[in-house]
Design a protein around this ligand. Structure first.
Ligand SMILES: *[C@@H]1O[C@H](CO)[C@@H](O)[C@H](O)[C@H]1NC(C)=O
Ligand SMILES: *[C@@H]1O[C@H](CO)[C@@H](O)[C@H](O)[C@H]1NC(C)=O
Ligand SMILES: *[C@@H]1O[C@H](CO)[C@@H](O)[C@H](O)[C@H]1NC(C)=O
Ligand SMILES: *[C@@H]1O[C@H](CO)[C@@H](O)[C@H](O)[C@H]1NC(C)=O
Ligand SMILES: *[C@@H]1O[C@H](CO)[C@@H](O)[C@H](O)[C@H]1NC(C)=O
Ligand SMILES: *[C@@H]1O[C@H](CO)[C@@H](O)[C@H](O)[C@H]1NC(C)=O
Ligand SMILES: *[C@@H]1O[C@H](CO)[C@@H](O)[C@H](O)[C@H]1NC(C)=O
Ligand SMILES: *[C@@H]1O[C@H](CO)[C@@H](O)[C@H](O)[C@H]1NC(C)=O
Ligand SMILES: *[C@@H]1O[C@H](CO)[C@@H](O)[C@H](O)[C@H]1NC(C)=O
Length: 888
């Protein structure tokens, strides 16, 4: 067990405090292609596709089949150039640097016709000394090489042995050899868009100083981008410390003396340190102790407390009249990953303690929000991350096939209390370990840790996605005699390099080498475990599309499930924007083209058919919309069953398995408008699954299921104290809006943070007790209430497939919409019991308070929270309601 007591602050994140003036190169540049036939203005930060689109030279790259049509863009070379006059006298400064916080990806950089160097890793920052070449008026060129061609050449040059996979499966429509280039990988994965974009990205926020631009200084430069803080508690005194690390570039040949004053007014802390910077000194480390007499309010994950942070100022007063001040927010929290033996179960636990409290991680996996990162606005991040906490999640895993997200992402996670499981960007592939590749990775890892470690939201680093398991089961079919080489390379990259850097740079959170992994067991087995997906150790990833997802027995009773999922189609209003009439059927070329997962569309259909009737309505558009609706119903119901199984498995060991402490489904968000595992559509609209998540991740949850003909209800609590709880179980017939019978249990104590059986009854007894019920004619609903006014959502249990349900009739659901302040109230009235009632307002941004529910009472009110200004009449016009029998 490791105890890390560390305060963290999001200081830098960002930007740089410089001694001298700086000049930003954000703005309009010129973009031209390889042979010069195209020349157009392009924004920095920005992307070639966006520049072409804005000029009207291409259509929306996401429209219909444009991802294929515009493949030429990523096969061409592109040059970004600009001429600029520096508005200050650079000669007054001893040193001038050109800064790029990220260049995507392979570019030669020419400054006033002098080659400064090249870039080949989009995940790291670059900085060039231009003191000797800078003038008043300057020209700058970034000559991008086609990333596709570069990757291919790198792969060809690696002659010793092949490093698979060479190309992704055909249906993924991705580019080859992406493991040879440090560039976003999602583009060759199941989201594979042939839309590799050369662009100038920026991680930090510009408000702190230019992320693309010029910095000048004499004496020294404080590089705030690598100003970070970590604290460690003295084990004996258990005092909070703040460890501050500032990086400098000292030009002066004489030592630069001075003082640093660190103040955290709210914690009555103010300390001054004498420092002396030596030439070329890199870092200054300071340790600020918080007195034990001061109560430090901690940062807590969502649902477990507040996200308190404290303002801290760091003031450097250096000889020569140089004052540099930074104000940042510092947070205090600890993380432990607990791997210890469990009574009655072989193996080890795998769960997180935050501030000493064991916490069940509930959430999902995050992928890049757009192929074109310049379309990811702060508003979009806000919508997506608010939706995370609105659905009662507390965790996101930033998946290793995407990107290290921008600072704003982690800042929002800090503020909202979202824990982040951060992968390094390696996924589903073997990687080369040639010297220059490894050097580049080392720079990337060091850069990202320094950039990100001040964020309390990040609770774990993970070396890669699925590469341990890929080697163990030999996904890429390498010759068994060669396996040893690949094993060795694996250890070289993730253990001898990445792990080594993480352990030396960041002691404030745990590191695991892969996901899924067996944690310390993997380590003991030489880093590639015999069964990395074991239910007895570490985390697992689990997918099974062919078996019946209503049967919870197929799911792994594992310690932690960090990936699992089912696909569905996004709503028609989302698809409509990127398709035309001939695309609107489930078997269209478009439907097939957008499906990047092997047999995905058929798998959805087969899973739907297990429990639902296929659409009967004949109008082709109606039928397509009904299919979309049914795939969403299926996905929501499947993931509900699976998640509830994990949620209720936390406190028990059955046949040696259990103690599940994490459920992160695949996946939260979408990168474009296509069928996928996401619960949020491209742009942020909630699918039915997301509304289900809001219920199945509720802090107080009743879970119903059957085992050998007995109906059970478990209570699951993420609350911080014990509550006296009552369970109400009702039986309803499909044919009537009046419940048939109801039982209320006597109150039992629901323990904080635990799951326990509250109710069990053989199904035949239950049916008999409620005279006249059969499995086909009735449905069970149940909820929890406490002695104070805390309620669970109402849950339900189907006793038969919906396609066999008897007594269901077409429900006539009518609505009255009214405005109440910033919200809208939808008063619904139904003529009959209606399963999976789906309210839809098309493209009007916003979400409902609940949706996709079983309507079992005549009336129900639902709120609509708009994300943009809208009106009652706009909502009325866009509104449609669908329930299951509408598709009959
Ligand atoms: C792009 O540049 C590479 C190397 O500089 C060259 O081999 C290739 O032909 C160029 N492609 C185009 C389309 O100009
Ligand atoms: C220049 O490149 C573009 C894009 O690759 C291509 O369409 C065009 O034919 C080329 N023109 C010449 C003169 O080679
Ligand atoms: C710029 O600074 C240098 C060095 O201090 C000085 O010699 C020069 O005159 C200045 N140029 C202008 C235009 O002020
Ligand atoms: C750069 O070099 C080219 C040719 O080598 C020349 O025509 C051009 O004037 C030079 N530009 C500058 C800014 O020196
Ligand atoms: C603090 O305690 C942990 C666990 O007991 C131990 O691993 C670590 O070495 C200790 N640190 C110091 C500085 O004593
Ligand atoms: C902390 O700093 C922020 C931004 O500088 C400021 O708006 C806020 O008022 C400060 N809070 C306190 C308690 O001083
Ligand atoms: C290829 O093999 C040689 C000899 O074993 C080795 O020196 C070299 O580093 C290898 N190159 C790569 C790219 O692995
Ligand atoms: C496996 O071995 C065979 C025969 O030695 C060879 O032809 C083939 O290229 C090897 N495959 C890989 C992926 O290295
Ligand atoms: C549905 O109910 C409304 C209001 O009760 C009624 O006006 C309407 O005719 C009904 N529609 C159908 C198809 O029965």
């Amino acid at each position: 067990m490791h105890l890390h007591l560390l305060p963290l602050l999001a200081l830098c994140g960002a930007g740089c405090v410089v001694a001298g003036p700086s000049y930003s190169l954000r703005g309009s540049w010129r973009v031209s292609n390889g042979n010069g036939s195209l020349e157009l203005p392009g924004t920095v930060p920005g992307c070639v596709h966006s520049a072409l689109y804005q000029r009207g030279l291409i259509q929306d790259p996401y429209y219909r089949f444009n991802d294929l049509r515009y493949r030429w863009i990523s096969l061409d070379n592109w040059t970004y150039s600009t001429d600029f006059k520096i508005p200050f006298n650079v000669s007054e400064w001893q040193k001038v640097r050109l800064i790029f916080e990220g260049v995507d990806t392979v570019a030669q950089i020419l400054f006033n016709n002098v080659t400064l160097g090249k870039t080949d890793n989009m995940f790291t920052g670059y900085s060039f000394d231009i003191t000797g070449v800078v003038r008043d008026v300057n020209s700058l060129q970034l000559r991008f090489q086609s990333a596709v061609q570069y990757a291919e050449r790198q792969s060809k040059a690696h002659t010793n042995y092949s490093v698979p996979p060479n190309c992704p499966p055909k249906e993924q429509k991705g580019e080859c050899h992406v493991n040879f280039i440090r560039k976003v990988k999602a583009l060759s994965n199941a989201w594979a868009l042939r839309l590799l974009c050369d662009w100038l990205p920026s991680w930090p926020k510009e408000s702190m100083g230019p992320d693309v631009g010029i910095r000048s200084y004499s004496l020294c430069l404080l590089n705030a981008c690598v100003l970070s803080f970590l604290g460690a508690v003295d084990n004996a005194s258990r005092e909070w410390n703040v460890e501050i690390e500032a990086s400098f570039d000292v030009v002066s040949s004489k030592p630069v003396g001075g003082q640093v004053t660190v103040a955290i007014p709210k914690l009555q802390t103010r300390q001054t340190f004498d420092i002396e910077l030596q030439q070329r000194q890199r870092t200054v480390k300071l340790l600020v102790k918080i007195s034990k007499d001061i109560a430090v309010e901690l940062w807590w994950p969502r649902g477990h407390g507040s996200q308190t942070g404290f303002n801290m100022t760091v003031l450097f007063v250096l000889d020569g009249g140089l004052n540099i001040e930074r104000s940042v927010k510092v947070y205090f929290r600890t993380v432990q990953l607990i791997e210890e033996s469990i009574k009655g179960s072989p193996g080890l636990s795998f769960y997180f303690k935050i501030n000493g409290l064991p916490i069940f991680l509930k959430g999902s996996n995050w992928i890049p929000a757009d192929s074109f990162q310049d379309r990811v606005t702060p508003e979009l991040l806000q919508v997506l991350l608010r939706s995370v906490v609105d659905a009662n999640m507390n965790t996101l895993r930033v998946w290793g096939g995407g990107i290290y997200e921008q600072d704003g992402f982690y800042e929002l996670c800090n503020e909202l209390g979202i824990m982040v499981w951060q992968d390094f960007m390696f996924a589903c592939a073997l990687y080369p370990v040639g010297r220059s590749f490894v050097e580049s990775v080392r720079a990337e890892v060091a850069y990202q840790i320094r950039r990100l470690k001040s964020h309390p939201s990040i609770i774990i680093w993970s070396g890669n996605n699925e590469n341990e398991v890929a080697l163990r089961v030999n996904w890429f079919h390498v010759n068994s005699s060669d396996l040893e080489t690949y094993f060795k390379d694996y250890v070289t990259l993730y253990v001898r390099n990445i792990r080594e850097i993480v352990l030396s740079e960041d002691k404030s959170r745990p590191f695991i080498v892969s996901s899924p992994t067996n944690g310390v067991k993997t380590m003991a087995e030489g880093w590639i475990s015999n069964d990395p997906n074991s239910n007895h150790y570490g985390d697992v990833h689990f997918y099974d599309y062919s078996n019946d997802c209503w049967n919870w027995k197929m799911f792994p009773k594992a310690r932690f499930v960090s990936e699992y999922g089912y696909q569905s189609w996004p709503s028609f209003s989302t698809l409509e924007k990127v398709s035309s009439k001939e695309d609107w059927s489930y078997s269209s070329g478009f439907a097939l083209h957008r499906q990047h997962h092997g047999n995905g569309n058929d798998e959805m259909l087969e899973q739907v058919q297990l429990h639902f009737r296929l659409p009967r309505r004949t109008d082709p558009l109606r039928k397509f919309k009904d299919m979309i609706y049914l795939t969403q119903v299926m996905q929501a119901q499947c993931i509900k069953t699976e998640t509830e199984f994990y949620m209720r498995s936390r406190s028990e060991i059955v046949d040696g398995q259990g103690h599940t402490m994490g459920a992160l489904y695949w996946q939260l968000n979408d990168i474009w408008q296509a069928p996928s595992w996401a619960s949020l559509e491209y742009g942020g609209k909630w699918k039915m699954l997301h509304y289900f998540a809001q219920r199945f991740f509720a802090p107080l949850l009743p879970v119903g299921f059957e085992d050998k003909g007995v109906f059970y209800v478990y209570g699951v609590s993420d609350l911080h104290r014990d509550y006296k709880t009552r369970l109400t179980v009702r039986l309803h017939t499909w044919s009537s809006l009046t419940p048939l019978c109801s039982v209320v249990t006597s109150s039992a104590v629901m323990k904080a943070g635990e799951a326990a059986i509250l109710y069990q009854e053989p199904v035949p007894d239950l049916l008999k007790r409620c005279g006249g019920c059969t499995r086909e004619s009735c449905v069970v609903s149940f909820h929890l209430s406490t002695h104070v006014d805390v309620f669970s959502p109402t849950n339900y249990h189907f006793l038969s497939s919906l396609k066999d349900a008897q007594g269901l009739v077409k429900a006539n659901i009518t609505v009255t919409i009214s405005q109440k302040g910033d919200l809208f109230v939808f008063d619904l009235r139904t003529s009959a019991v209606a399963p999976f009632v789906w309210l839809d307002v098309g493209s009007i941004p916003g979400r409902f308070s609940d949706n996709g529910f079983l309507m079992i009472k005549k009336m129900r009110s639902v709120l609509f929270y708009p994300w943009k200004l809208t009106s009652k009449s706009e909502l009325q016009q866009a509104f449609t309601v669908t329930s299951l029998t509408d598709t009959y």
